[in-house]
Structure formats: structure tokens, C-alpha cells
Design a protein around this ligand. Sequence first.
Ligand SMILES: *Cc1c(COP(=O)(O)O)cnc(C)c1O
Length: 406
Amino acid sequence: MIKPVDTGTRFTGNFTQQQPIPEAGIEAALRVLRHGRLHRYNVVEGEVAETALLEQEFAAFTGARYCLAVASGGYALSAALRAIGVKPGDKVLTNAFTLAPVPGSIASVCAEPVFVEITDKLALDLDDLSRKIASSGAKVLMLSHMRGHIVDMEALMAICNASGVQVVEDCAHTMGAHWNGTPSGRFGVAGCYSTQTFKHMNSGEGGLLVTDDADLMARATMLSGSYMLYERHLAGAPADTFADIRLDTPNCSGRMDNLRSAILRPQLQILPAQCEAWNERYRRIDAGLANAPGITLIDRDPKEGFVASSHQFLLPEFSQEQVQQVLHRCAARGVELKWFGADQPVGFTSRHDSWRYVKRQDLPQTDRILGGLIDMRLPLTFSLADCDLIAAIIRQEVGAVYQSGR
Ligand SMILES: *Cc1c(COP(=O)(O)O)cnc(C)c1O
């Protein structure tokens, strides 16, 4: 039910305030600080490092055979690309709408991003994917589940398998999510996750890479900087898979440390409950915006087991100026919205044309959708009543601009 609120009511919450680290994480972190063995390979006899345990637990959580913890989500993406053999000059397909570390990971291996259009469900356009596979000859897709929107994974994998395209999944926004019961990150050859502060687990910075492919895991482990200590991993590739590659794979240091692993392990324990809490908030916002004049909500497939740590909606009929008015009016009432259609990026970049190190590509459908795409974070520090108030404010302000434009 939508409760009316006074047009003077302001929201006073903070859209970038995450929850504190669970007490168990703080205690585990203090134990690591007290013994001082922060480096993942620094263990005393009989000790198993927090990082090795985190990898073992995250592998079990996703059902993957192998897991490697690294310095960031972006590092996991570039390590995956390098480990599957992407070479300088190779073409790599990716979403035209994603966060900057995704095209950045492709650039970091000196490969060339080929952007694929998105649909108004904010997921990859599979028709355009087929066209771009044919026209580019690319053999790798870096699939970004941007803002947690998951494309029909069975259809996507059928297209990619038929044309010999390997899929690396960017699961920065889908940790804990699934498509039709299969965890996000388990369709492609590798799944990459971020534990940066604004993702589903928070260690400040950090990343995780999962795969069932032993050779890929062995290469990624060497790349991360395991020296010759890879046998200390609990979810690592078998020792014999290192025999051929250990002296041929460069060390591009990007390890996870035991302090961050200690902070993350208790968060993994509560992740399913956290995912439920995000979705509860998302549904409250969706309900509050349902049938609001001017607003189109994002249609979600029943097979999409999403985790909505953010909310998006479209203002398809609004001019740029009207969108600006909505942003200003909402901001004046304490509701901070992001707009992906602005000419100049503010605070972040998510559009293909903001990445000028990539040759300019024509993506009219993505440009049209981003022109009316509004986004907000839903930190778990927001109560359900906060979500009701946020939705009511947006509804009023969008409504006011919509009315005045008629
Ligand atoms: C945050 C993010 C990443 C990786 O982030 P890091 O800051 O490198 O951990 C990758 N893809 C998307 C879509 C993201 O939002």
C-alpha cells in the first residue's frame, strides 16, 4: 500500500552507508592483527591461513571446484582473461553498459573491447551478441551482470557454445544470485566477484575467482603471485597442473591477505540472509513505484534469482531536461539518484562512450535506454520504512515533472 507523505518530508538516510562488519569478523581481524601473519603464505606449523579457508568456503558456496582470492574484482577479471589465453590485440565482447573495471580489465591485457547492446531489461541483447560474434570474430565474452540483471543464461550459453566463444562472468553485482537455480558465475569458464565496500561482502577491496578448470586456476594462481607456495591452497588446482606453467607464467602480484579474508568469512556465513534483506527492500521500492505515471519498472524473468542491492527504473518519455529536474527535486528531498544518461560522467563511468581508450562504437539502443535510466543504491542500513518513504518521494517528484510536461 502506498501511504501518502507530505511533500515537505525529507529522507535523511545515507545512500553510501554500508552496515558495520559483523562482530565475528572484527574479532577474527583482531586475531590476525595480534599474531601479525597477514600475508596469506605466512603460516606457522599446522596453521591454515584465513585466505585458504575463505577460498575453500567460497568454492563450496558456489559449487565450484576451485577458488582463488585476489586483490580486487577487477584483478580477478583480468587474471581470468589472461589465464584463458587472451592476447594483445584480441577482441573481447562485453556489455556497452557496465562499470569501468570491466572494459579496464580487457584493456589491461591489451585486448580490444567490442561492445554489445543492452535491452530495456538492462541485460545483454542476445541478437546483437550474435551479430557481434559474427562481425568481430571474437572468441571471448566478458559478460557483466551489471546491477544484478541476469540475461537468459541458457540462451546465452547456447549462442556462445555454438560459436566457440568462452564466457567469463563479471559477478560483482550477482554474488549470491542464480539463474534458474544455477549460481551466477557458474555458467561461464570463470566467475569473478568483488568484495569492495559497495558489493555484497565488504573487505574494503578484494576479489574472488571461481572455476572448474584446473589449468585456468593454476595460471590464475601463478599470476596472482603465489611464488611456489600454491600447495598451501585448499581450493587450488592439483599440484601436477602447475608443472608445465609454473616457470612460464608471470607473477602479476594481486594476492588477497589474511586480514581481509578474516573479515569476509563471517560475512559469507550470513550472505543468504543479506540477499533476502536486499530483495525485501527492492520489492518495497518496486511496490511504491508501481503504476506511477512516467515510470517504467524493470521487468524481471521468474528464472532470475536476483540479489537487488540497488534499484533501477526508466523514465522513457522524459527529455534530458526533465530527467535533470527529477534528479534535482529528489536530491532536495534527500533522495540521491544516479542517472546514466548525463553528458559527462559524475563520480563513476558506466557508458561505452566514457572509455575513450576504446575505438568509438555505435550503440544507439544502449544510448536510448541509458538516457532514461535512473539508479539508486539500497544499503542494508535502510529500513523498510525508509524504502517506503524513498519510493513515495520519487513518485511525487516524477509525477510533478510529468504533469508539468503535459
Ligand atoms: C565493482 C565492480 C567490479 C570490480 O570492482 P573492483 O572495485 O575492482 O573490486 C566489476 N564490475 C562491476 C560491474 C562492478 O560494479
